[in-house]
Every structure is written in structure tokens, then in C-alpha cells.
Design a protein around this ligand. Structure first.
Ligand SMILES: Cc1cc2nc3c(=O)[nH]c(=O)nc-3n(C[C@H](O)[C@H](O)[C@H](O)COP(=O)(O)OP(=O)(O)OC[C@H]3O[C@@H](n4cnc5c(N)ncnc54)[C@H](O)[C@@H]3O)c2cc1C
Length: 402
């Protein structure tokens, strides 16, 4: 067992850390006080400089115009980017585009890659992913109301979606729709179809208000209606009835990206707590950090972050070695473990900062509001707990229903 970091990974870590401190962290006050939309013109310039680092869209192979990192290498980079809410966006590897790029690379036809993947990798356009529906439980991925019916040379899509991250301003959506409602295997009923957002019948109803903010541009979560949106049959991604399988393939590496981003959030959060604990005096000569309970928070956060990082890197390694399906248990384990670690680490920092923790003078309150969703999206905690427990119980001979 070798835990040493390769020289390549060390140099990526240093390069990204230095870029983030110089170019990205100084933008945070504007993000926190004015919102994402006001920053978009400035971010365009910073993104142009990020491109020069060779780590632009680093998860994408070089032949498609990306940085060509492996999943484990990109995991390390993702932690560094996660230290700021803007990191992934600046390097064009933000959700949901990162997952859409991966799925287009793996399953897109050459024509689909030319038309949809390459402009996404170049950062000329953004995309969104529309799967979750208001009327159906998103936790049950084989139960949905949106349908796509063949009519001549087209698919005609009807349905209602919400929580489409970044839908505002997206050039296209990847839509999950039922194409064979009668399929015996419920996991073969839905397909993924690419829908340009200027297609008549695609309507962005509006942005959901999330914890008091409707956001905008990439930082938005849209409600979308497909009312008879018509796209060519050739916009089908990866084959009819393959929607669920593609979603699983999309979410495997996607959970590595999210979890390592959360490890980055945790590291920054602990850093902010420690700086505060070392300098904030409760009485003359008595820093906050002299209190045993604060020392306990610091030590517990350090231990939990360390464990989380090792778990995620192990899951990434397993995906690289054997594929996302073989690593199903590891992926579920990290998804709920790291999301809960994130919540605890942020909570300790809010507590340690006192009133300051509730202000927008640090990114902690922003993360506290935005990252609560970590325990919901890409499978709520309970779904992943169930996946893990059922696999274990199955090995004890218990009959387990899917
Ligand atoms: C910020 C954010 C961004 C998102 N981005 C996207 C996006 O880009 N595209 C997209 O399609 N969707 C997106 N989503 C939607 C997200 O994937 C769903 O919210 C999630 O899958 C849960 O589905 P639901 O909201 O319908 O909750 P439900 O399925 O109704 O579940 C409600 C609760 O029931 C409990 N529960 C569910 N299953 C079980 C079980 N088996 N055992 C015990 N308890 C259970 C859980 O506590 C769960 O939170 C996003 C959500 C958020 C909050």
C-alpha cells in the first residue's frame, strides 16, 4: 500500500492552490454580497486565465480539449477547487456540466460530441440535466411522468421537471423521459434525450427560490416544462431504455467530484475556524482556542476530514480499476458519509465564529445554506444507507427486494 502522492499530483495541487489564492478567493466578497450574476463578466476573464494553466476541464481527455486527468488526479484537483464556491466554475468542471460532459464522452455519437460536447468543453455554452419531477419522488429513479414518443423522425417530449441546476442560460438539456412504459424491466423504461433549449416546447418556467435566493445563470435551479418539445430521433443518448444505466454511470464519478469538493469545503472551513480560534480573545490573553471544547471541535473535524478524503480516494481508485458498477457500495458509502461530515464540520465552524458565522463576511454561511442539499441530491442519505445495508444483508442470505 503506497499513500505517497505522485510528483504530477503534487504539482497540480500547488498550481491550483496558487491560482485559487491569487485569482478566485479575492472574488468571494463580491459573490457573497452581490451574488453570482454580478460576477459573470469578471469570471469570464478569470476563466480565460484558468484555461492557460492546462487544467481547464481537467476531467476531459486531451483529444477533446480537456486537461486529461484521471479520476483520482481530478479528485485531488477537485478538493483544491472546492475551497471556494467559485473554483469548479472557473475551471469549467462545475456540476451539472461535468456530468453531462462525461456522459457525452462515454455515450455520445461523433455528431452529438461535435455539436454538444465540444462547445461545452470549450466553455462556450452551459447545459443542464432534467430528471427530477415535482409530482414524482426523485428518490425512485424508475418512476416518472415525462414521456418521449416517436413521431416520424422525431421524439415528442411532454413532462414537468424541476431542480434543473443551471437551466437558466443553458444551451441544451439532457432530459430523462419514459420511452417504453411497458418494458418488463422498470430499469429499461426511460431514455436520455438531448434537447436544445431553443426547441419550441421547451420552457424554463422560472428559477426555484432556494433558502431565500432565486440565483441566476449557472447558480440557479430551474423548473422546466416540456410541452410537445420535438427533437430528432438522433438526439437519443446511448440507446433506447438506457436512461437508468447512463444515470448510474453519470453519478458514479459525479459523486467522487462532489465528495472531493466537499472535502475542500471542509478544509477551508476548518482553516477559518482555526484562524479565528487562534486570534479571537474571549478575555485578554485567553484565545478561543484555549478552550478544550474548541480544541475538541478542531481535532474531530481534522479526523473526520482525513477519513472522508481517504474513503473518497479509495472509491475513485476502485472506479478506475473496476468501473462504477463494481464500486457501487463504495460510492454509496462516501455519498452519505462525506455529506454528513460536511454538515458537522460547517456547523462547528459556525458555532466557533459566533455571530460572524451567520454573516456573509466569510463563505461559511453561504456553504451552510447551499451545501445542506448535499444530503439530498444525487441520492438522499437514506437511499444510500439502504443500498449499503441491503448489500450487506444479502450476503447474510436475506432476501432483499430492489
Ligand atoms: C440544490 C439541488 C440541486 C439539484 N440539481 C438537480 C439537477 O440538476 N437535475 C435533477 O434532475 N435533479 C436535481 N436535484 C434534485 C435531487 O436529485 C432530488 O431532490 C433528490 O433526488 C430527491 O428527490 P425528491 O426531492 O423528489 O425527494 P423524494 O424522493 O420525495 O424524497 C424525500 C425524502 O424521502 C426520504 N427517502 C427517500 N427514499 C427513501 C428510502 N428508500 N428510505 C427512507 N427514506 C427515503 C429522504 O429523506 C428524502 O430526502 C437537485 C436538488 C437540489 C436540492
Amino acid at each position: 500500500m503506497d499513500f505517497s502522492e505522485s510528483p504530477k499530483v503534487t504539482s497540480i495541487r500547488h498550481l491550483v492552490r496558487e491560482f485559487m489564492e491569487r485569482e478566485v478567493l479575492p472574488l468571494e466578497p463580491a459573490l457573497l454580497h452581490q451574488g453570482f450574476v454580478a460576477l459573470v463578466p469578471t469570471l469570464k476573464e478569470v476563466r480565460a486565465r484558468a484555461r492557460q494553466t492546462g487544467l481547464w476541464a481537467a476531467h476531459v481527455p486531451e483529444e477533446h480539449g480537456g486537461g486529461g486527468l484521471s479520476l483520482t488526479e481530478f479528485a485531488v484537483m477537485s478538493e483544491e477547487l472546492g475551497r471556494s464556491p467559485l473554483g469548479h466554475y472557473v475551471f469549467n468542471c462545475q456540476a451539472p456540466d461535468v456530468g453531462n460532459m462525461e456522459i457525452l464522452m462515454a455515450f455520445g455519437t461523433p455528431e452529438q460530441q461535435e455539436r454538444f460536447l465540444l462547445p461545452l468543453v470549450r466553455g462556450e455554452v452551459r447545459s443542464c440535466f432534467t430528471m427530477t419531477e415535482p409530482e414524482f419522488a426523485g428518490s425512485n429513479p424508475v418512476w416518472m411522468g415525462t414521456t418521449a414518443v416517436k413521431d416520424g423522425g422525431d421524439w415528442v417530449i411532454r413532462g414537468h421537471k424541476w431542480f434543473a441546476t443551471g437551466a437558466e442560460g443553458s444551451a441544451f438539456a439532457i432530459c430523462m423521459a419514459v420511452t417504453d412504459p411497458q418494458a418488463q424491466d422498470p430499469y429499461r423504461r426511460a431514455s436520455m434525450i438531448i434537447v436544445p433549449t431553443d426547441t419550441p416546447g421547451f420552457e424554463l418556467i422560472g428559477n426555484l427560490s432556494i433558502m431565500g435566493s432565486r440565483g441566476g445563470d449557472w447558480a440557479s435551479h430551474g423548473e422546466v416544462s416540456y410541452h410537445g418539445a420535438r427533437v430528432p430521433l438522433g438526439n437519443l443518448l446511448g440507446g433506447e431504455g438506457m436512461g437508468f444505466a447512463l444515470a448510474q454511470d453519470r453519478l458514479g464519478p459525479g459523486r467522487i467530484h462532489h465528495c472531493m469538493r466537499w472535502v475542500g469545503v471542509c478544509e477551508r472551513s476548518l482553516d477559518i475556524l482555526c484562524r479565528h480560534a487562534a486570534t479571537r480573545e474571549l478575555a485578554p490573553g485567553r484565545p478561543l482556542g484555549s478552550k478544550q471544547i474548541v480544541q475538541q471541535w478542531i481535532a474531530e473535524s481534522r479526523a473526520e476530514i482525513h477519513a472522508a478524503r481517504l474513503m473518497v480516494l479509495h472509491a475513485a481508485w476502485r472506479i478506475e480499476e473496476e468501473g462504477a458498477r463494481a464500486a457501487r457500495e463504495e460510492i454509496s458509502l462516501i455519498k452519505f458519509t462525506v455529506a454528513r461530515t460536511l454538515e458537522r464540520v460547517l456547523d462547528r465552524t459556525v458555532q466557533g465564529l459566533g455571530g460572524l458565522g451567520m454573516t456573509d463576511d466569510t463563505p461559511i454561511a453561504f456553504w451552510w445554506a447551499h451545501e445542506r442539499a448535499a444530503r439530498l441530491y444525487d441520492g438522499a442519505d437514506e437511499v444510500h444507507l439502504e443500498v449499503v445495508a441491503k448489500r450487506i444483508l444479502r450476503s447474510y442470505g436475506m432476501k432483499v427486494h430492489r
